[in-house]
Design a protein around this ligand. Structure first.
Ligand SMILES: *Cc1c(COP(=O)(O)O)cnc(C)c1O
Length: 218
């Protein structure tokens, strides 16, 4: 993406209080550094191995976000540096993040991923499971984790009305959980939803983090 287009996009997002996660998976180092030089500081990856390698070789003022499915046994590799984990989809994982964060005396901001798409393949808590997860979080001490909100991926479809209703449902769930379980936590305020093909619909539905890959790097 040319610099003027990047500046225009980020100005529009900033005006709406939406943060941009630049999804750098599949991209060359040159392309990542170009965005960095435009001023981009939040980058997202969906694999632990790539996060570890990129964190080591890119400038250390980058905030690295984990956006993909995370296995509990790999948390230890990213715990020293990860700035945010968008994709917490089970409680065992949450407890492991707490344990590994403790070793580095860090508090890791996490989002709970909710399954909102019609496809079977996407990870995340169901809308019933997320209630149990919220209750678990309320009743257990996880001092090295800060639950900052919810993440979701809409169905991979060209049906904009369906995407719109999936994002709207996630926003409704967010509001419900905030009221019922997180009302005393001002940090529970983020909704990570929207990719290159659907970020405008996501923003209309209250997204605070869009995760953009292909559109930024073309
Ligand atoms: C790859 C990926 C994105 C970015 O997708 P684009 O369509 O390239 O914008 C966003 N979120 C997750 C979880 C991803 O894996």
């Amino acid at each position: 993406m040319e610099e003027n287009k990047y500046k225009k996009l980020t100005a529009e997002l900033a005006e709406k209080n939406v943060q941009l996660v630049a999804v750098s998976k599949y991209q060359s180092d040159e392309a990542v550094i170009q965005l960095y030089n435009y001023g981009q500081r939040i980058f997202g990856e969906n694999k632990v191995q790539d996060l570890v390698a990129k964190q080591a070789r890119f400038p250390n003022d980058i905030a690295w976000h984990m956006i993909g499915h995370l296995q509990s046994n790999k948390v230890k590799y990213i715990a020293p540096f990860i700035a945010m984990i968008h994709s917490v989809d089970n409680l065992k994982l949450l407890q492991e993040i707490n344990k590994q964060a403790a070793k580095h005396n860090r508090i890791i901001p996490c989002m709970l991923q909710v399954h909102i798409a019609s496809e079977e393949t996407k990870f995340g808590f169901s809308s019933e499971e997320i209630i149990q997860a919220a209750e678990f979080i309320q009743n257990n001490s996880l001092p090295y984790i800060e639950i900052v909100g919810l993440m979701g991926m809409a169905s991979n479809t060209i049906d904009k009305a369906q995407i719109d209703s999936e994002f709207a449902a996630l926003h409704t769930l967010f509001t419900k959980l905030k009221t019922a379980y997180f009302s005393s936590q001002s940090s529970f305020r983020e909704l990570s939803m929207g990719m290159s093909s659907d970020y405008e619909i996501a923003i209309k539905n209250g997204s605070t983090f869009v995760r953009l890959g292909s559109i930024l790097f073309k």
